[in-house]
Design a protein around this ligand. Structure first.
Ligand code: BGC
Length: 759
């Protein structure tokens, strides 16, 4: 039966009932009409399917499943196919477990390293986050399982997460906080979106019609349903009007009754209710049409292997002095750190997977000769255990090389609260210093979901950012340490020197319930680049065991209009002696921008390629208007300022390898509404308006000139430059002051009117 027909047969009560969950994880049924419930489950890097005792914070156990690399790690792969594979595997698991929708990906922007949930999020860069999210979604949905893109939107802190109001200006929202969601809707074609807890510019997101309907559906063409984050609903009736379809986990019927009452009292149009019901039924039916009739076993072993294989491509080699890595068989290696035995490979909260197996580094190297182990520190503590440390120092001294496995314990970062600093536990920092003093051939392998300060960075020979790499982290680490896999991850975020350097240091977390995003668009590398501020490791940074050379950067044209596309190609050669993968990064830099402040450069393309030694590949990109545009608050749309842009192929956000200019001509003139406050310089850009005003100005300036001449001041007090500046910055209203009575309020109004009638 057609969905509309089905909805027409329902009572208002039945319809309202479908707009909230039956319990924590299920939608409701209407048996008499054959409407079946579906199950949703977290997300985002595995399957957290709870059988009976349900909660949304990861407190109670879920079925045994597989934890894939968390988004902090998988995004570091810069590899769309990698996240797609994770998606496919999760989708397959959901299918076997009869879960209709996996609650992810989570794609909020990493505004500050302090956000407790950064480990679940993808990047500080919206383009990277959007591209990776789209492929993750495609992977999951290729198995006919839905996704729920979260947490929409501007939910970039955990502090006061259910009450905080994110105050974000229009351009910043459009350029930084919305594009990843836009890509998830447009490219990923996500089945559902999850609205966040916070408010946005004063309106709770779950009641925000502008966001949920005008932008998400109207502009981006989203045709699925929006569910609330768990417990995010405030005023349910406003929510229905705004397009917030499904309340989760449901309020025991309280809010369903509110909906019925509001319709009966004429405060809510029943058509709005129908629309929400339709959207939920259509998406759920998409799943049900092909759903497995019962749960069936799936190959956990295969997914464990896959998790390890993929995690290896997420490791970011940050330092490799004297080529300390890869390790060679036959070397005596001391592995130090409790994390080598009990790895930290996922974060706390709703994404917590009940892993059927965990393989840490020690497990993974059990068959290798010449390895000694010392615990070194206690993971849950900040206190140095002198005995453990002394044992570790002795092991380090006796070894050829040392691997210290360190990072953040669970309590340091989690859903539900933010970090208060960026430091590692004091005992681990002390251990690293002591071990490095005993044996300088030391490599630090880090497990953390967000940047940490590295006071020892200059004293160690090697650093690998391992992030939270999933349950088979040990296999991935082993592969990279011994060179079975050449590391190819790149940082999807900047690692600043210290917390005080971060763009929102002065305002992160907000005052009370108000979090003003005062740094605007200057988030992550957009800020550090503009400030020319030294950072520990820039966005996009990562090393390899081989080397790559770039050449032959070609643009399809040296000059385009903003409606054209530009093809870019570049040759990349593996000039080393081992095979490796390179992440080719393309940034666009606006040479001169008069209309708005712009970052030094912005990521507009990336490709990961595999190259054998000596091999060359040509990598191509297509740039379009969006690659050059900024969000104009004058037209409330994307706009290109005519001028020269540099297309830059970079090793990371700081290091340009090749660059070629292109002139982009705008086909759109920003409208100018002239008022008496409008200044001459702005009018000059509009020849027809300028012609109208020129005559009037001439008269006015003639008067100034005459006065000045009379007093003998001309040429002395008013230099040519100053005269020009005065002219440029003069508002129209000054014509009244300076025209000696020739321009009156009435004639000025006429003049302005005339100017507004021409282009
Ligand atoms: C989290 C969501 C999660 C939901 C269900 C909420 O607390 O913010 O990310 O999907 O719980 O567990």
């Amino acid at each position: 039966m057609d969905t509309k027909e089905l909805v027409a047969r329902m009572s208002l009560e039945e319809k309202a009932s479908l707009l909230s969950g039956a319990d924590f994880w299920h939608t409701k049924a209407v048996e008499r009409l054959g409407i079946r419930p579906v199950m949703v489950s977290d997300g985002p890097h595995g399957l957290r399917k709870q059988d009976d005792k349900a909660d949304h914070l990861g407190v109670n156990e879920s079925i045994k499943a597989v934890c894939f690399p968390a988004a902090c790690a998988s995004t570091a792969s810069f590899d769309r196919s990698l996240v797609r594979q994770i998606g496919e595997a999760i989708g397959e698991e959901c299918r076997h477990e009869q879960v209709a929708i996996n609650l992810g990906p989570a794609i909020n922007i990493k505004r500050s390293p302090l956000c407790g949930r950064n480990f679940e999020y993808m990047s500080e860069d919206p383009y990277l986050a959007g591209e990776m999210a789209a492929d993750m979604i495609r992977g999951i949905q290729s198995k006919n399982i839905g996704t729920s893109v979260k947490h929409f939107a501007a939910n970039d802190q955990e502090h006061r997460r259910m009450s905080s109001d994110s105050v974000v200006d229009e351009r910043t929202l459009r350029e930084i906080y919305l594009p990843a969601f836009e890509a998830a809707a447009k490219k990923g074609k996500a089945w559902t979106f999850m609205c966040s807890y916070n408010s946005l510019n004063g309106t709770y997101v779950n009641e925000n019609k502008w966001l949920l309907t005008d932008v998400l559906r109207g502009e981006w063409g989203f045709d699925g349903y929006v569910m609330s984050d768990w417990g995010a609903v405030s005023d349910r009736v406003k929510g229905v009007k705004a397009g917030m379809d499904l309340e989760m986990p449901g309020s025991g019927g309280v809010n369903d009754a509110e909906i019925v009452k509001a319709v009966r009292e004429g405060r809510l149009d029943e058509k709005d209710v129908d629309l929400c019901v339709e959207r939920i039924l259509i998406v759920n039916q998409r799943y049900l049409d092909h759903a497995d009739p019962e749960t069936t076993p799936w190959d956990r072993e295969a997914d464990h292997e896959l998790a390890g294989k993929l995690a290896a491509d997420c490791m970011v080699l940050l330092k490799n002095e004297g080529n300390i890595l890869p390790l060679k068989d036959g070397e005596k290696i001391a592995i130090i750190g409790e994390f080598a035995k009990k790895p930290r490979f996922q974060g706390g909260g709703s994404s917590h997977i009940n892993c059927f197996r965990v393989t840490g580094l020690l497990d993974a190297v059990a068959d290798k000769a010449g390895i000694t182990y010392a615990q070194g520190y206690t993971a849950g503590s900040e206190e140095t255990d002198e005995a453990l440390q002394a044992e570790a120092v002795a092991a380090a001294r006796a070894a050829d090389k040392v691997i210290v496995v360190a990072g953040l314990p669970d309590s340091f970062e989690s859903e539900g609260y933010d970090r208060s600093h960026m430091r590692m536990p004091a005992n681990q920092n002390a251990l690293i210093e002591a071990v490095t003093a005993a044996n300088p051939h030391t490599v630090i392998l880090l497990y953390n979901g967000s940047p940490v300060e590295m006071p020892w960075a200059d004293r160690v020979q090697g650093i690998i950012e391992g992030y939270l790499a999933g349950q088979n982290v040990g296999a991935a680490n082993r592969a990279v340490l011994w060179g079975e896999v050449n590391p190819s991850g790149r940082l999807p975020e900047t690692f600043p020197m210290r917390l005080e350097d971060t763009p929102c240091w002065l305002s992160y977390g907000g005052e009370g319930n108000t979090a003003v995003y005062s740094e605007g668009i200057f988030v992550g590398y957009r800020y550090y680049g503009k400030k020319r501020m030294p950072v520990r490791f820039p966005f996009g940074y990562g090393l390899s065991y081989t080397s790559f050379e770039y050449g032959n950067l070609m643009l399809s044209s040296g000059s385009i209009r903003d409606t054209d596309t530009l093809k870019v190609s570049v040759d990349v050669t593996n000039t080393g002696s081992v095979a490796g993968k390179e992440v080719v990064q393309l940034y666009v830099s606006d040479r001169e921008s008069e209309e708005v402040f712009r970052p030094v450069r912005e990521l507009k393309g990336f490709e990961k390629i595999s190259l054998a030694p000596g091999e060359t590949k040509t990598v191509s990109f297509v740039l379009d208007k969006r690659s050059f545009a900024y969000w104009s608050t004058a037209v409330h749309g994307w706009h290109v300022e005519t001028g020269v842009f540099d297309v830059q192929i970079c090793r990371n956000a700081e290091e340009v390898i090749l660059s070629a200019p292109v002139t982009v001509e705008s086909t759109e003139i920003l409208p100018l509404t002239v008022t008496e406050k409008t200044i001459m310089m702005d009018i000059e850009k509009y020849p027809a308006k300028a012609a109208v005003v020129r005559q009037a100005v001439k008269t006015a300036m003639g008067t100034i000139g005459a006065d000045a001449e009379k007093s003998g001041a001309a040429g002395e007090a008013i230099t040519e430059d100053m005269g020009e500046a005065m002219m440029k910055y003069m508002p129209l209203r000054s014509l009244i002051s300076f025209s000696g009575g020739q321009v009156t309020h009435e004639t000025l109004a006429e003049l302005i009117d005339k100017m507004n009638r021409v282009k």
